[in-house]
Design a protein around this ligand. Structure first.
Ligand SMILES: C[S@@+](CC[C@H](N)C(=O)[O-])C[C@H]1O[C@@H](n2cnc3c(N)ncnc32)[C@H](O)[C@@H]1O
Length: 409
């Protein structure tokens, strides 16, 4: 394709960043990227993208500055207050009501920047559950692609200006005033797992009840957004909620997610997603691209399953092991030779068989949870929660059973 020179040079710059510097910016909206790059180039008096590549080669610290320009870490406590009020009055009570009193509540703030969103949500959960129950039940992941942002988020220290959005009583209750600034409560913070995570490349979390991804999707082009949404679909429990930023909307993106409240940008996932739904995520795709997109989506699902932080495996209706992910292989010392073997003969099969009959396992039509199952093997004792999910085709014929094993400690 004959692109104008400026565009060719821009593509060459993206190629250079991706292949030589390991930094893939291809999913970000072009117009925004170009604007930011131009701004940076003006600051250092570089005129063309070609010269900028040279500048990057000659100045080792420039890549970091460039990424700071692209990853905008702007955030604030209780940003867009009405949305937080809605979450506190409608969504969090729904999540709590849908669970047993001791069941975990799993939360993910994706693109958490400097942590203000994370701690706002931690406060909301602590207020709703009480501190004791928060500490027992909340499992909180906070991720961002920007390592420096994650470091600062972990540091949890904010100056006078940054805490301005916080009501005084919450500031006094949840922060300690130190010489460096206001520091978020250390004990509540201990429940939050911070990590570097790229939404367009890394496997998503799983079994999430509440997923925050605010003011992040808007930086991506349609295709990258669609691929991130598939990951979010995978990450969320069936009854989980997705919260987006104030200027982000998914109205045209059905059927991946349906709005719970358009006004407050809260969504739930639509169930029974099919291949054609994935294809329809981006109607502009032609057949060939659509196939590529499908292959990619399937690859994402497989990768997400394989690299999930939880041990997962699936058994066929004939009682044989069909698939086990990396965590399950490690936990139960399974090898490729175990595929297609009768599940009941394998270590996880014996473990499940110690709590329920295999007849119940294969006969159940609804998901089941086995709580706190003691498992002594390989010289140690663990306690596991086992989530059993039958998988059906469209005619409700059983395709298999998925089992997820989570250490309940
Ligand atoms: C404007 S901030 C949003 C902060 C917070 N969610 C809020 O709404 O206040 C956008 C964040 O998205 C992060 N981000 C950008 N690209 C990302 C990616 N590919 N994966 C994960 N996070 C990304 C940036 O580093 C930045 O911290």
């Amino acid at each position: 394709m004959n692109l104008p020179q400026g565009e060719r040079e821009f593509e060459a710059l993206l190629d250079y960043l991706k292949h030589e510097r390991g930094c893939d910016l291809s999913g970000y909206k072009r117009t925004t990227l170009e604007r930011r790059l131009q701004h940076r180039m003006q600051e250092i008096n570089v005129v063309s993208y070609q010269d900028y590549i040279q500048y990057l080669q000659n100045h080792s610290e420039e890549l970091k500055t460039l990424l700071d320009t692209v990853f905008i870490n702007v955030s604030s406590f209780f940003r867009d207050r009405d949305i937080w009020d809605y979450l506190a009055s409608s969504i969090i009570p729904r999540i709590i009501a849908s669970k047993e009193l001791d069941e975990p509540i799993r939360v993910w703030s994706a693109g958490c920047a400097l942590g203000q969103e994370v701690y706002s949500l931690a406060i909301l959960l602590a207020e709703a559950l009480g501190i004791e129950s928060y500490l027992e039940r909340v499992q909180f992941y906070a991720t961002d692609v920007d390592e420096d942002a994650i470091k600062q988020a972990r540091f949890a220290t904010y100056n006078d200006r940054e805490v301005m959005g916080l009501p005084r009583d919450l500031l006094d209750k949840y922060f300690e005033q130190t010489e460096q600034g206001y520091v978020f409560d250390r004990i509540l913070r201990s429940k939050i797992v911070f990590g570097c995570h790229n939404l367009t490349q890394d496997a998503p979390m799983s079994q999430i009840d509440l997923l925050f991804c605010r003011n992040v999707l808007m930086y991506f082009d349609k295709e990258a957004q669609a691929s991130i949404l598939v990951r979010f679909h995978f990450a969320l429990k069936n009854l989980g909620f997705l919260v987006l930023g104030k200027s982000e909307t998914l109205i045209n993106r059905r059927p991946t997610f349906n709005p719970i409240s358009v006004e407050h940008h809260v969504y739930k996932k639509s169930l029974n997603l099919e291949l054609k739904d994935y294809l329809s995520i981006n109607p502009k795709l032609n057949q060939k691209q659509a196939l590529d997109a499908t292959t990619r989506q399937i690859h994402i699902w497989q990768t997400a399953y394989q690299t999930s932080p939880f041990a997962q495996l699936a058994i066929a209706p004939n009682g044989r092991l069909v698939v086990a992910n990396e965590r399950a292989n490690a936990l139960f010392k399974l090898t490729p030779n175990d595929l297609n073997r009768p599940f009941k003969e394998l270590e996880p099969g014996k473990l499940v068989g110690s709590s329920i009959s295999l007849k119940t396992l294969y006969g159940g039509r609804s998901p089941m949870t086995l709580k706190n199952i003691e498992w002594s093997a390989y010289k140690e004792t663990k306690y596991l929660d086992i989530f059993i999910t039958p998988v059906f085709d469209r005619e409700r014929r059983l395709l298999g059973i998925n089992l997820t094993f989570i250490d309940s400690g």
